[in-house]
Design a protein around this ligand. Structure first.
Ligand SMILES: Nc1nc2c(ncn2[C@@H]2O[C@H](COP(=O)(O)OP(=O)(O)OP(=O)(O)O)[C@@H](O)[C@H]2O)c(=O)[nH]1
Ligand SMILES: [Mg+2]
Length: 406
């Protein structure tokens, strides 16, 4: 998105300048009168400064709009509009009340973000000629549509599923019929995304009981590395008594990998070959706060392997266990959908996304949350143990989805 400031003697002049440079689809985000200060007040008249934005991802937007008018397939925006009635029903599950102050804070963050982009653009122009604007260009309906389209494109670029973009925009659009600004829309979408992402959950220790935490998921996504990161954090920051268990006995290297981490962290580790052997681990570690259980990364397509995993998880009663489905943020959405479906047959899980450092588009985090309703939890962003892990930051994620971060 290109954001620039333009100055003119009148609002119309400034808008015209913006449209000349950025194209006729440029959106006016802000209008400000600049009164000269000090001695200049005597010699200069006030000027008008407008802030305009243009979606630069699609240079042929203008042409596309024209062809749509001539009977071409409807634009994405038209799709959003046509489907609004279906998707406007309030989604009660997610309607968590947000403190007004929190929203204000988020709004301020966004404003700062936009301001920063503005200052970086360093473009200030002054108009010499007076030009008239067409009345219909001012129509708020068109403007709102264009604003929504900007946000739509941004979310699409971040690989948010169109279905969920429509849902989010459908839920906010009716609130802004007239005189809305890009700021309003961004703030509403931002807030909506935060609500949709929900409150991420971290491992909750139980003072009176040993907690068993299972890490499941496809091969090579970072289960074992994530366990090492979490074990270290729990031990060092929470002073928890941590033990490790692995049922990944299919590869010698897998056992050795976890044993290495156990040695570095000075925590006990046990290898179990059958689900029944969990009983021994439960007995041996009954004085521990938390037992992190590594599992073999297997194809989610194999029924036998799934049965083994299900048996293993169910050796621990529900109150005493947490299950984390570990998935890489670099995996294609269609595959993530299949993975989540397969594992949902085994147990309720929370989701960990790994390898955020290896992808620029994080739409799948929102997609998977909205698709499964499973709680999000940790994200990892590199190979360093224990540093490259944290609880998912919903504000940062929402900001990034809207193009606010690198
Ligand atoms: N870039 C990046 N690499 C990661 C991250 N987490 C883990 N890795 C790397 O991914 C590779 C696989 O990590 P493992 O922890 O062995 O993955 P796993 O899921 O236990 O693999 P299997 O046990 O074979 O199923 C290793 O090279 C890790 O260093 C991350 O957040 N970012
Ligand atoms: Mg492993």
């Amino acid at each position: 998105m290109i954001i620039k400031k333009f100055q003119g003697n009148t609002e119309t002049e400034a808008i015209m300048l913006a449209k000349e440079e950025l194209g006729k689809d440029a959106i006016v985000m802000n209008i400000k009168t600049i009164t000269p200060k000090g001695i200049y007040k005597l010699f200069r008249t006030p000027t008008v400064e407008i802030t305009a934005a243009m979606d630069d991802s699609n240079p042929s937007t203008a042409e596309k709009k024209e062809s749509a008018a001539e009977g071409a397939p409807p634009t994405l925006n038209a799709y959003v509009k046509n489907n609004l009635s279906d998707i406007l029903q309030e989604d009660k599950e997610y309607s968590i009340p947000v403190e007004p102050t929190a929203i204000e804070k988020k709004l301020n963050n966004l404003q700062e973000l936009l301001e920063k982009q503005l200052n970086e653009s360093h473009v200030e122009q002054k108009a010499d000629e007076k030009v008239e604007l067409k009345a219909e260009e001012k129509a708020s309906g068109n403007k709102n549509q264009s604003l929504i389209q900007l946000v739509y494109n941004q979310l699409l670029r971040n690989e948010v599923d169109e279905r969920f973009i429509n849902q989010i925009l459908g839920e906010i659009e009716n609130k802004y019929k007239k005189d809305t600004t890009l700021d309003n829309i961004l703030a509403s979408v931002y807030q909506k995304i935060i609500l949709k992402l929900g409150q991420p959950k971290a491992i909750e220790l139980d003072e009176s009981n040993t907690k068993f935490i299972f890490f499941i998921g496809p091969t090579g996504v970072g289960k074992t590395t994530t366990i090492a990161k979490i074990a270290s954090t729990l031990k060092l920051n929470k002073k928890a008594k941590v033990a490790l268990v692995t049922s990944d006995t299919y590869r010698i290297a897998a056992v050795e990998q976890l044993r290495t981490y156990a040695n570095i962290l000075s925590v006990p580790m046990q290898v179990i070959y059958t689900p029944e052997e969990m009983e021994t681990a439960k007995e041996d570690f009954k004085d521990y706060d938390v037992v992190l259980v590594d599992t073999a990364g297997r194809s989610h397509k194999s029924i036998d392997q799934r049965d083994d995993l299900e048996k293993l998880i169910h050796t621990v009663e529900e109150e005493a266990r947490e299950v984390y489905l570990v998935m890489s943020a670099t995996t294609k959405y269609v595959d993530l959908v299949k993975i989540t479906e397969a594992y949902s047959e085994i147990a309720n899980y929370r989701v960990i996304f790994t390898k955020l450092d290896e992808t620029g588009s994080i739409g799948n985090i929102l997609n998977i949350r909205m698709l499964t309703g499973a709680d999000l939890s940790y994200t990892t962003c590199g190979q360093n143990v224990p540093d490259d892990i944290g609880k998912l930051d919903t504000q940062e994620t929402a900001k990034q989805l809207l193009g606010g971060s690198d």
